[in-house]
Design a protein around this ligand. Structure first.
Ligand SMILES: [Zn+2]
Ligand SMILES: [Zn+2]
Length: 275
């Protein structure tokens, strides 16, 4: 899986050299990810409960209750901090401080993961300030450290979820919002969960964030000379969603990579006033 990730990264950098700035640093983290093997936690969800949740629009888990291997995630976070702390970065001192905290026991990492899963940015920035790290850096490293464990859970459960019967703009597995979307070769739109990477179909003319179907409010723009990528936006809630048209590409990378490779579209969306 991670090996695939590395191959996709190398291909993307070859085909779209501008993506190197964001993908090359991630490649180093992806290599460290191969060294950690999370264990699946036992999950028991009765079919009846699962069906009711699905019908009523409740995700299978709330984010803070996800049964994840936090020890493996802590181990990975330490590896990230250790590796990055030895590189020539402006924040290497902060990274080393964070590593000290992380090595003193798993409580510090758990605080990081809890804040991320609860989306408690205030708490996360307090933890980040405590070690002189930028909150966004800690957020990114924490998210990526959680990923192998979250993907393991997703892969175990994805077959149990009736995605065609789920018409909500949030993830049927963990309730998070989408961070990307894509059109299949037949033109169907799928959303991609920002946290667990689950994908589910969603109507094309509907905003997943506020549910408006008002065509006057919905629109998209494209980056110049970049076929296959669109930024869909909503003037009702001012949110946007980067979207890939799979028809245009021979091969599409996992959405987590496409997301990193299209940061210029986020900047463009922000310039247009969307968030
Ligand atoms: Zn999810
Ligand atoms: Zn909206």
């Amino acid at each position: 899986m991670t090996q695939d990730l590395i191959q996709h990264i190398d291909r993307l950098i070859r085909q779209r050299p501008a993506s190197e700035t964001s993908l090359a640093p991630f490649r180093e983290l992806a290599l460290l990810m191969t060294q950690v093997h999370p264990h699946a936690k036992p999950v028991k969800i009765e079919n009846g409960v699962r069906d009711i949740k699905q019908r009523e629009g409740f995700p299978l888990f709330s984010k803070e209750d996800l049964p994840l291997d936090f020890d493996a995630a802590s181990d990975l976070l330490k590896r990230f901090l250790k590796h990055l702390g030895t590189t020539d970065r402006d924040d290497s001192k902060g990274l080393r401080k964070a590593l000290e905290k992380a090595e003193a026991g798993n409580e510090w990492s758990r605080k990081v993961f809890d804040a991320i899963l609860r989306q408690d940015m205030k708490r996360l920035s307090q933890v980040a300030e405590g070690v002189d790290l930028d909150t966004q850096v800690l957020l990114f490293l924490g998210q990526v450290a959680l990923r192998p464990s979250i993907h393991l859970l997703r892969d175990a459960l994805t077959g149990d979820i009736d995605k065609n019967g789920w018409d909500y703009g949030y993830c049927p597995l963990c309730g998070s919002q989408p961070d990307m979307a894509y059109f299949t070769k037949t033109g169907k739109r799928y959303l991609h969960c920002e946290l667990c990477g689950e994908e589910w179909p969603f109507p094309r003319i509907k905003c997943p964030f506020c549910n408006t179907q008002d065509q006057e409010k919905l629109g998209y723009f494209e980056a110049e000379e970049e076929e296959g990528f669109r930024v869909y936006f909503c003037r009702e809630c001012l949110r946007y969603l980067k979207t890939i048209d799979q028809k245009v590409f021979e091969e599409v990378a996992p959405m987590e990579l496409e997301n990193l490779a299209t940061i210029h579209l986020d900047l463009l969306a922000n310039e247009h006033g969307f968030k």
